[in-house]
Design a protein around this ligand. Structure first.
Ligand SMILES: [Zn+2]
Length: 98
């Protein structure tokens, strides 16, 4: 049986994670920042995926990719990325520093 207490907190905001069930399919979502996983038909496999975390190097690589893309976006449309995207990157940077 699925149990939210088996789930680690959200990797982005440390919020509470919970299973979401739709018919025979499951996702895990964060009640804080609302990120959610892909859909799985096996809740145990889903929990293993949710509970395993990428290495810090992967996050650093993704962060630099995000920055690069936002920079191109800014030049293309002459607009800043939305505030929640900046905020998201700031939180990743803060987490990597700690
Ligand atoms: Zn979250």
């Amino acid at each position: 049986m699925v149990n939210d207490n088996d789930l680690k907190p959200c990797p982005l905001c440390n919020g509470k994670a919970r299973y979401q069930v739709g018919g025979e399919l499951y996702t895990i979502g964060c009640i804080g920042c609302l990120i959610e996983t892909d859909t799985y038909d096996d809740p145990e496999l889903l929990a293993v995926d949710w509970n395993s975390r990428p290495e810090v190097d992967d996050l650093k690589r993704l962060l630099s990719e995000c920055k690069h893309r936002f920079k191109s976006y800014q030049m293309d449309v002459d607009m800043s990325p939305p505030d929640h995207h900046r905020d998201f990157m700031r939180r990743i940077e803060a987490a990597l520093d700690s």
